[in-house]
Design a protein around this ligand. Structure first.
Ligand code: AMP
Ligand code: ZN
Length: 467
């Protein structure tokens, strides 16, 4: 399976060639933990999950790092307004973030480094930039990166540097830095920061946002790695600045492949906290939508196309998922029975799996991947209708869906919640069977049946379903 992705740096679709064959090292800009993330943010994290799972589907071993920005203007402002220490304030939103990640079926990253745990690494990196002449301390005591010193600056955003410098040079004293394009590596402490400060060779203060990602990616992935992702608004200046810091410090290529997703919009505008047009995941759950439905909507559009958020789309997701669930139930019944003709051979699913893989390999074409799922469903339903699907053919459909679901993670029928009373009987029954007390086991089976549940014994243990 040859994967091909659009590289924001070269602006071309390129074959993926991992630096170390068989493995991919990937970095994703994570949340600033000052509030609940909105579903626009989760469009970015869901796209990254699709990427990660596609890489794994293709047999690659992925090391995925996502940072947590737990110190910046917004977190400090929030913690001071709430009157709680920064660490406690951000802990609340870190916890909420992980709950939301789980609700949306996003695979957890390999590591989630927090900025406040890596200030020493950031100071060391700034020190290197000083040594090499790329950093300077301004009269306001903050340390800046000098964009003019880096001839490659602007290569990701394809900036016209000649125009940029002429138009942005500002010499009035509103700006402490030499050039308005220069960005802070280290922000000198001021009163608004309260007790949030670290010592450094340049005085007390805190790291800038951009240096965080350059320092932490190098620590966990090395100085050069395969893929860096984010939402399109991260491309400039954040990712441009990450490249400048990393490459000026090491003299090496920072990242081979840059991937960015387009925005989630509301009525044509980017969903954002500042525009006030946002929904958090919790807002939508409170309206009765499920994580599975929301994930389905977020994955439904190609990641490089803007996606418009609308409640219609959530309603359509519910219908589409019900269709898949009906199909699953139908295939489960057939796979467990002995009816149907012996034709076609289980190979009937292969063309759908091929179409699915091809769609993902072609720059993560998720709409086409879903089309392959529905082609499988339509085909299977047609075969079942005409009585030409045997148990093996139905089992092949279920296996194909399960394989596809390692990437999409929305196809599996959610298990009905097991009532506590049933669970308790189930546990007692497991113990009885362990003790080879078959009479007790049968008694408990009847007790479970009386509550409306059927228990079957399989090689993997007891299997419960609603009667
Ligand atoms: P932030 O917390 O603003 O740094 O955003 C975290 C991630 O969400 C970044 O990768 C952003 O690019 C991304 N993001 C923010 N708003 C949107 C949106 N409306 N649609 C898609 N991605 C977004
Ligand atoms: Zn970043």
């Amino acid at each position: 399976m040859q994967l091909r992705f659009y590289n924001s740096l070269t602006r071309r679709v390129e074959p993926l060639e991992p630096l170390v064959p068989g493995t991919v090292r990937m970095y994703t800009c994570g949340p600033t933990v000052y509030n609940f993330a909105h579903i626009g943010n989760f469009r970015a994290y869901t796209f990254e999950d699709l990427l990660r799972r596609t890489l794994e589907y293709a047999g690659l071993k992925v090391t995925h790092v996502m940072n947590l920005t737990d110190v910046d203007d917004k977190t400090i402002r929030g913690s001071r307004a709430a009157g709680v220490p920064l660490r406690d304030y951000t802990a609340t939103y870190k916890k909420a973030f992980f709950e939301d990640v789980d609700t949306l079926g996003i695979e957890r990253a390999t590591v989630y480094p927090a900025a406040t745990d890596h200030v020493a690494e950031m100071i060391a990196l700034i020190g290197k930039l000083f040594e090499k002449g790329y950093a300077y301390q301004a009269p306001d005591k903050s340390v800046y990166f000098s964009v003019a010193k880096d001839p490659d600056y602007g290569k990701l955003a394809h900036l016209d540097r000649s125009g940029m410098r002429a138009s942005v040079r500002i010499s009035n004293d509103e700006y402490a830095k030499d050039d308005v394009g220069d960005f802070a590596l280290w922000k000198a402490w001021d009163e608004a920061d309260g007790d949030v400060k670290w010592d450094s060779p340049w005085g007390p203060g805190r790291p800038g946002w951009h240096i965080e990602c350059s320092a932490m990616s190098a620590k966990y992935l090395g100085e050069t790695f395969d893929i860096h992702t984010g939402g399109i608004d991260n491309l400039f200046p954040h990712h441009e600045n990450e490249i400048a810091q990393a490459e000026c410090a090491t003299g090496k290529t920072f990242v081979k492949l840059w991937m960015h997703c387009a925005h989630l919009r509301v009525n044509g505008e980017k969903m954002s906290k500042s525009a006030g047009n946002f929904y958090t995941l919790r807002d939508l759950l409170a309206k009765g939508y499920t994580g599975r439905e929301i994930r389905y909507v977020l994955l439904g559009g190609h990641y490089r196309q803007p996606l418009n958020f609308a409640f219609d789309a959530l309603a359509a997701a519910r219908t589409a998922l019900a269709r898949i669930d009906e199909f699953t139930v139908r295939m489960e019944a057939l796979a467990g029975g002995s009816g149907g003709a012996a034709l076609p051979s289980p190979d009937w699913v292969q063309k759908h799996l091929d179409a699915f893989g091809d769609a993902l390999a072609d720059d993560l074409n998720s709409p086409l991947a879903f089309a392959a799922v529905f082609a499988l469903v339509n085909d299977g339903n047609r075969l079942a209708q005409s009585g030409s699907l045997d148990a093996a053919g139905a089992a092949a459909a279920l296996a194909a869906l399960a394989r596809m679901d390692t990437v999409l993670n929305v196809l599996a029928r959610p298990a009905a919640a097991i009532p506590a009373q049933v669970q308790s009987l189930l546990d007692q029954r497991a113990a009885a069977r362990q003790a080879k007390n078959w009479a007790e086991s049968d008694r408990l089976r009847d007790a479970i049946a009386a509550l409306g549940w059927t228990v079957k014994d399989t090689k993997e243990g007891q299997r419960l379903s609603k009667s």
